[in-house]
Design a protein around this ligand. Sequence first.
Ligand SMILES: Cc1cc2nc3c(=O)[nH]c(=O)nc-3n(C[C@H](O)[C@H](O)[C@H](O)COP(=O)(O)OP(=O)(O)OC[C@H]3O[C@@H](n4cnc5c(N)ncnc54)[C@H](O)[C@@H]3O)c2cc1C
Length: 396
Amino acid sequence: MQHHQIVIVGGGNAGISLAAQLLRKNRKLDIAIIDPAEKHYYQPAWTLVGGGAFNINDTVRSEASVMPKGVTWIQQRAIGFAPEENRVDLDNGAVTYDFLVVCAGIQLNWNAIKGLPETLGQNNVCSNYSFNTAPYTFECIRNFKGGTALFHNPSTPVKCGGAPHKIMYLATDYFRKHGMLDKVDIQYWSGGSRLFGVPKYEKTLLEVVKRGNIKLHFMYNLTEIDGPNRKATFVGFGEQNKGEVKEVAFDMIHVTPPQSAPDFISKSPLASAAGWVDVDKGTMQHLRYANVFSLGDSAGLPTSKTGAAIRKQVPVLVHNILDAVAGHKSSFIYNGYSSCPIVTGYGKLVLAEFDYTNTPTETFPFDQSKERWSMYQLKREVLPRMYWSAILKGLA
Ligand SMILES: Cc1cc2nc3c(=O)[nH]c(=O)nc-3n(C[C@H](O)[C@H](O)[C@H](O)COP(=O)(O)OP(=O)(O)OC[C@H]3O[C@@H](n4cnc5c(N)ncnc54)[C@H](O)[C@@H]3O)c2cc1C
């Protein structure tokens, strides 16, 4: 059986940037990354792809090309964990470790909405949540001739909580620019109880909603889509609307799939009751197995699941893992920082940054709750380059 000092499960944003930073601190570390993927994606740009403002081909590279030099890549799927024996089980065999980091992302449960898998990518049913379907979102927006446009946000945790409504603001701006705003009924159907969790940014977003005459519906689950007949079924689950069934006819719908911890994690001894890797929210060290850590979308951290959060989690985890390797206690603390660059139109963006307490923690010396052209350029031009050339290289 293969053995490595540090085994990382998942070579996405979190796994690659963590391995790269660890190796920059100590070249001698023996690190293996387990990931079956052929491709690596820069997912944050899929919102702009859906809005027709970014080329989908610039969001993908081969996984081999981002694998840090010096890492052993085990190109297999992890299927389970035996933490008492320091073992990860693979599709074919197993690997043991001294230290384990789990960062296999979040699971997209397309099947949880009846009729969705059959109709996604046709009948004006689109989603920015996958490489294959994001370009179709812009086809739907571009070909829209008026009528009802629905935008959906599930009640589960999702990666990038802003993405379900960012695409709605882009579409609204597109309709406005093409003189169609008075022919469109734009509706947001959400499993949340409000538009955005941080009041400072929510205030601006509510103005954007008003400007687009968007109707907001909260505490609803999308249970079924009938693509050929263009009908979506929502069921209320709040105190006021419990069990209420709404059948809504649409001319286009953008769907965000319900999401959960990956099954192989939630069924393992590493999981919390909610299914995520059960780590301390400060040190990111497992609450029961001291040689296990987690970060990124798989981690049971009560913050918004974003790449921006990972950028702040990685340096903390690097210190804590190196301390653990040296036999010391983990002492560096992650404060829950996350960020959501909320595109509110073409050339307009609100850069939300906040911590575990939903207190704004802004980078720039100006009011980031205002819509700005400069912040849109940051998202479209700067961050994608920074991702490939600095974040994945362990330099950010
Ligand atoms: C539409 C959209 C818009 C977004 N917008 C933003 C944004 O504006 N800003 C922002 O910061 N973030 C944004 N995000 C979120 C961001 O992309 C994720 O939070 C980030 O990619 C999470 O990184 P990760 O490493 O945890 O997971 P991922 O990057 O998803 O990587 C997970 C990896 O684990 C691997 N894996 C899965 N299962 C297994 C297994 N069984 N065994 C081994 N390996 C496995 C996968 O192959 C993959 O390589 C957006 C995401 C989407 C979809």
